[in-house]
Design a protein around this ligand. Structure first.
Ligand code: HEM
Length: 414
């Protein structure tokens, strides 16, 4: 099956809509920058490696007030690291990055492995499982344990559902948007209670845990974070880790859709697995763009940027930029054998520097967890993919296969 048939009715529709919006316009105009209106608002759109480098220049762009209000009510929350600039951002970002040591990453992978084993025991008794739902559940258990967040047995479903609703509300209107708002409101109240308990000394998570670190973090002013903001930041660790389930589903989909790549993966070692995961992150859609505002007037490639202008960087389209990737619509993990590692070409989780800029704090977690999942899917498990609706629309944010990927006859490999 080709990418075009999976992602839409025709190549044209695929190129015209949704995730491919900026990519299509840029290619047609042969310009990495153009001005348009989106949801009634004027925006400047940036596409490609050079434009990404520009976008992460903090002299030229800032994040204050850049995130759409609807996303703040659902996906992101208010007062979090995403909307900070300069020293305030660097201090807050350091809090997140201090959780990303090799030891702590290994701990999370180990906790996740335990959850995979427990899930497999359950799956073996079921005729079929919905992979997206199952992996969200197991990642929720693992990341809460890792973050020092107590989860009672009966609570797992509720928390997982709230995280899933927040993730699924990104870019949604109507019922999905409101489900996301409700999920966020409930999760923030819960997270704020946890922060309060830690500060009161009635809950004592491990000192290296996210809950402890966030509850005791001192902001740029030297004060503890406001309880509500601390709750938002705790959710900024838990929610996106649950969101990694989507990449696990994409990895499973790639194994199913691209048997040649799956075969080469089976023959390769650790490096082949790493390249496979990079290609999953490059190939499949997740966040379409990142948003910022122009900090001061300047000109680039003949285009005038004026202070306060809303600007979108094309994440999906830059991962599919044929000038750099050559054959972006082909799933080909081997391309990463020769990738130069530029921080501005593979940008599903943002570009630039993790510590200095807004690049995703959880990128290493994401890569580790998807690699671990790939190990389970290929080496530990046997399963079949029954006939189902795997269609994925590039007009839905976030994109996902309609069936959420059903697996049947899941067994441990003998
Ligand atoms: C920021 C994507 C997983 C924590 C971001 C950004 C993107 C992104 C696009 C914004 C970059 C920008 O504004 O320039 C993703 C994707 C993930 C993922 C696709 C996989 C599902 C994670 C995980 C964590 C995490 C596992 C934490 C454990 C964060 C934080 C920020 C962020 C804290 C804000 C960084 C800042 O503003 O400085 N992510 N992310 N993400 N991500 Fe992720």
């Amino acid at each position: 099956m080709t990418i075009h048939s999976r992602f839409g009715d025709s190549t044209l529709a695929f190129l015209r809509d949704g995730y491919a919006f900026i990519l299509r316009r840029s290619e047609r105009a042969q310009a990495d920058v153009f001005q348009t209106r989106l949801l009634m608002l004027p925006v400047t759109c940036l596409h490609g490696e050079q434009a990404a480098q520009l976008f992460y220049d903090q002299e030229r762009f800032e994040r204050r007030g850049a995130a759409p209000a609807r996303a703040q009510k659902t996906l992101l929350g208010e007062g979090g690291v995403q909307g900070l600039d300069d020293e305030a951002h660097r201090v807050r970002k350091q809090m997140f990055m201090s959780l990303m040591t090799p030891e702590r990453l290994r701990d999370l992978t180990n906790l996740t492995t335990t959850q995979w084993h427990a899930s497999v025991v359950k799956w073996e008794t079921q005729t079929q499982v919905v992979l997206l739902d199952e992996v969200q559940d197991l990642l929720c258990r693992a990341v809460c344990r890792w973050a020092g967040v107590p989860l009672h047995g009966g609570e797992v479903a509720l928390r997982t559902a709230d995280f899933a609703a927040m993730i699924d509300s990104a870019g949604a209107v109507g019922v999905r948007h409101w489900r996301g708002r409700l999920g966020r409101a409930r999760a923030e109240r819960w997270a704020a209670r946890l922060i309060a308990q830690v500060r009161a000394g009635t809950l004592t998570p491990d000192q290296a845990s996210a809950l402890h670190v966030i509850a005791h973090h001192q902001d740029v002013s030297g004060a503890l974070l406001d309880e509500r903001v601390a709750a938002v930041e705790l959710l900024n660790v838990l929610r996106p880790t649950v969101a990694v389930a989507l990449y696990v589903v994409f990895a499973a989909l790639a194994l199913h859709d691209f048997p040649e790549a799956a075969r080469r993966l089976a023959e390769g070692g650790q490096t082949a697995r790493k390249h496979f995961v990079q290609e999953v992150r490059r190939f499949y859609p997740f966040f379409p763009f990142a948003a910022a505002k122009v900090r001061q007037d300047f000109e680039w490639h003949g285009h005038k940027f004026t202070r306060g202008q809303r600007t979108l960087l094309d994440l999906y389209g830059t991962n599919h930029d044929r000038r750099f990737w050559g054959d972006p619509e082909t799933f080909r993990p081997e391309r990463f054998r020769h990738w130069n590692g530029s921080p501005y070409t593979l940008i599903p989780q943002g570009g630039g520097d993790h510590f200095q800029g807004h690049r995703c704090a959880g990128e290493w977690i994401t890569i580790d967890l998807v690699q671990n999942a790939l190990h389970f899917l290929t080496d530990e498990l046997e399963y079949t993919v029954p006939v189902q609706n795997l269609r994925m629309s590039l007009r839905r944010f976030p994109a996902r296969p309609a069936s959420r990927l059903v697996l049947s006859q899941v067994r441990r490999r003998a």
